[in-house]
Design a protein around this ligand. Sequence first.
Ligand SMILES: Nc1ncnc2c1ncn2[C@@H]1O[C@H](COP(=O)(O)OP(=O)(O)OP(=O)(O)O)[C@@H](O)[C@H]1O
Length: 618
Amino acid sequence: METLEFQAEARQLLQLMVHSIYSNKDIFLRELISNASDALDKLRLAVLVDGLEADTSDLHIDIEADTEARTLTVRDNGIGMTRDEVVELIGTIAKSGTAELLRKLRESDAESRELIGQFGVGFYSTFMVADRVTLVTRKAGTEHGIRWESGGEGTYTIDDDADAAVGTAVTVHLRPADEEDALFDYVADGKIREIVKKYSDFISFPIRMGDAVLNSMKALWARPRSEVSEEEYKEFYRHISHDWSDPLEIINMKAEGTFEYEALLFLPTRAPHDLFQRDAPHGLQLYVKRVFIMDNSRELMPDYLRFVKGVVDAADLSLNISREILQQDRHIQMIRRRLVKKVLATVTDMMSSDAQKYRTFWQEFGRVVKEGLLAADDNQKAILDISSFASTAAGSDAESGEEQMTTLAGYISRMKEGQEEIYYLTGESRAQVENSPHMEAFRAQGYEVLLLTDPVDEIWVDAVADYDGKKLQSIARGAVDLGEDTDEDKPAEGEYADLLTYLKGALEEQVKDVRLSHRLTTSAACLVSDADDMTPALERMYRAMGQEGPRVKRILELNPNHPLVTGLRAAHEQKADDPALPETAELLYGTALLAEGGDLEDPARFAKLLADRLARTV
Ligand SMILES: Nc1ncnc2c1ncn2[C@@H]1O[C@H](COP(=O)(O)OP(=O)(O)OP(=O)(O)O)[C@@H](O)[C@H]1O
């Protein structure tokens, strides 16, 4: 027998269990049954796909209660675990993001339950009700069993067990019942039945106690919606998603005829913590005629809907279909198209039927959904329809402080007379974008501007040509002509020609052009990108991803009504070779860069030039 230590994070999670931060302790049984059910699915699959030799004719879960010894055993004849797997799967928490969650958990008590709901606690939840847990397991296809035991403190023991049957048996040694602490008598027949019925009724294998089968085993997705209670849907959602909060929306689908399938989809209420992790699993499980085939089915949903959870049960696929074949299967592609349409349509309905719900959805998943705009397929319009954005016209809600958002349709309905384009500005934060000099003329003349601050916004705006015939136009790119100030400005162009030529030469390294601006009212200068050039934010993103590209030069625009610019022109006229001029040009450029939140190439030099100038004025 060997005594081993739990990994540090596992120890912390166990601590939380032992000191019971959950009020609902009943769920430990659900977790054990859920694991057993997964193990049965895995065995069936190993036989089907990998040709493992094992008997799958009587897959089941047994619950045994010993009232005298006060133990409860959940036994399955599923895949089982090897010694290494027990150490790896039970002794450690491999899930990404767990360390981070645990840290947050320690920091905030109030939010604890919310937070911990983001990752299932699984097997460890047994320590809410037990002072000792024994796990005896034997992997299908191996000769020897393993016996694992722990009191939930820092260590566990592990030993060989020659008698173990294929599968896994988990025995919890119950602590004394304490109903005040919601620690019920879990060896009582009635309590066990109640929990199974409530949480695990839909499990597709028989859950037996003695001769009785406790669950109905009815596939939830195959039942008409009117016959399934909200509670049942919620439990099923928890089973497949490991998310403890309720789903935001439940979607049923059924298709008959040439391609038969049933689907039960869920939109979660909250984004999982690994939403943006590269290899985070997708949320759909594939079944074929009620038999679990695989989870994480990326073929059934595009990446931008990877957060959708649920089950798709297809009738016309082979049971031992592989992922490779799935990718090319016509049925799957057709099903996927329908699922996407349905999800988008559901969100569209939500916008009119329950605005608050839609807001929650968009706040949690908008950033992901917008990734769908990058592929210019026929869903682009539908995605734009359900997208909403911060805007200069929509401030924050005075009461809730919640940021108001607008749809593109809403924006268009408010467009000014003669306005042809949808104006937007991208950047890293709302404050930065709102206060950017580019905004000045637009604000002064009452044009609404969309404030796009998600990283993905930098990219999709280039993939979307227009919405409803209205082009999307960045106010920091290309020339701007708001059409109202051109006449007065015309004479200025000539007066400034010399200065502009001079500055173009002096700032040759930094910018590709210098011109007068139509967008500034108060700032002296700003930088804009050429219509087809990459924006600096996008450049930064590529650099962050390790792709070093050439630096794209931008255009410096000057405000001809600003005293700094008029002064500079006068100085240049008087003494074109004044050595202070190039420095002023550099300062002007640097200030424009800072004002939009950009990074100076040589901040120390900028600071020195500025300090020298200031020194002369004090
Ligand atoms: N009865 C079982 N048979 C075979 N393997 C099991 C069994 N119970 C647990 N395991 C293995 O141990 C792993 C960890 O289980 P645990 O319940 O802690 O987490 P989980 O089921 O992966 O996810 P969650 O924490 O969300 O429930 C499982 O993923 C599974 O590989």
